[in-house]
Design a protein around this ligand. Structure first.
Ligand code: FNR
Length: 380
């Protein structure tokens, strides 16, 4: 089907499973061990619509750390977009620019920094996601380079502090399935597992045989031994705001505030690191219940399992400034390229608008915590 015929964000996942190469599908879809799902947590939260409210003026416009965005949603950094489509991350940059949303560029992107920043039209804001290199001088050079290229913030990912067994990814190494393009737009989507991540340039050899899955093959340069001192290291080399991504407890949000960080992303890396790490929406709810003062001290965002406009509205009502979307973007890029990514963003825009207005809210800033409730009674 054409991109515009995709009705739900999840439709892209179904289609991606059919048309992506085994390598790409397994790397994108994989999660750790038993693959406990972030998505299921959203089903325990319900909306509480209000009625008879004036909705003449409405807008999804908001900001993330002062960066304007046309809706409260950003593209989470995800590696290796070229595995799904030969143009890779450049498709994401163009679609994000068209839709007025912020893209976080992965340290392990398969396009070069020049290509991605070059594809950004009319000063479109981009955030750079940083994995620290074991060789800190390489990280220092990278931070300075993206600063110069015009990045608006540094997103420091801290949840890859040990290896994980990405079940599907590891299994795929021994049973590679050939690419089966079905639609004309997907016919060019051949696997290119030899793409070299931008941040790896000075580190290890490009991934090829992927003996323990793609994840292990591209992450060799990353320092897994990180501490709070590393925030100061980044701060020393740039004036850009710092967002810590991969925060998985209320206590660590407090520590981020104490360390002068501007923003956090509650995230468990899409379930790819610690299986049974709490779903980010549950941590958000805990903060709302026990430390609502934190929302005024630091911008709190979440990602993981967000697939519908209702998911976004629930997170916003509880206090998230914005939400990140990971896999759906990679799936849509793999099946329909730039057009697919644009369609995913349009579906979110339509569903967020529908959900908000059916709850009696026309502007993002009018969402309130009492518009989302938690139900212990429903389990999945
Ligand atoms: C990721 N993620 C990720 N995060 C990051 O900080 N740097 C990276 O390079 C990557 N790479 C990456 C590759 C793939 C294939 C996936 C699926 C994920 C994690 C990502 O930013 C985000 O946290 C999750 O994907 C969010 O969950 P959903 O939306 O995929 O459920």
């Amino acid at each position: 089907p054409a991109a515009e015929d995709m009705l739900l964000v999840q439709d892209f996942e179904e289609w991606a499973q059919r048309v992506l190469s085994g390598t790409a599908w397994s790397y994108y879809r994989s999660a750790a061990d038993e693959e406990h799902k972030n998505r299921h947590a959203f089903q325990r939260y319900f909306l509480r619509p209000r009625i008879l409210r004036d909705m003449t003026h409405g807008s999804l416009n908001t900001t993330v750390l002062g960066i304007p965005t046309s809706m409260p949603l950003f593209i989470s950094p995800a590696a290796m977009a070229k595995l799904g489509h030969p143009l890779g991350e450049v498709n994401l940059t163009r679609a994000a620019g068209d839709c007025g949303v912020v893209q976080a560029i992965s340290s392990n992107a398969s396009c070069s920094l020049d290509e991605m920043f070059g594809a950004a039209a009319r000063g479109q804001p981009l955030i750079f996601q940083l994995y620290l290199n074991k060789d800190r001088s390489a990280s220092e050079a990278l931070i300075k380079r993206v600063d110069k290229l015009g990045a608006k913030a540094i997103m420091f990912t801290v949840d890859v502090c040990w290896a994980s067994k990405r079940t599907l990814d590891v299994r795929a190494k021994s049973s590679a399935k050939p690419s089966r393009p079905v639609s004309p737009s997907a016919s060019s989507a051949t696997a290119t597992p030899t793409a070299t991540p931008a941040a790896m340039a000075s580190a290890t050899a490009p991934p090829s045989a992927a003996p323990a899955g793609i994840a292990e093959a591209i992450g060799g340069y990353q320092d897994r031994n990180l501490t709070w001192e590393d925030i100061s290291f980044i701060r020393k080399h740039t004036k850009l705001p710092i967002i810590v991504k991969g925060v998985q407890s209320l206590e660590d949000v407090v520590q981020c505030v104490e360390n002068g960080v501007e923003g956090v992303i509650l995230s468990n890396h899409g379930g790819r690191q610690a299986d049974y790490a709490p779903a980010p929406i549950d941590i958000l709810y805990e903060i709302r219940c026990y430390r609502p003062d934190l929302f005024a001290k630091i911008e709190i965002m979440i990602d993981g399992g967000i697939r519908t406009g209702a998911d976004v509205v629930k997170a916003l009502a509880l206090g998230a400034k914005a939400v990140g979307i990971g896999r759906p973007i990679l799936y849509a890029n793999g099946t329909h390229g730039e057009e697919g990514v644009r369609r995913v963003l349009e579906i979110f825009r339509e569903e967020i608008t529908n959900t908000m207005r059916n709850c009696g809210v026309s502007r993002v800033e009018d969402l309130r915590p009492e518009m989302c409730s938690y139900s212990h009674g429903i389990t999945t």
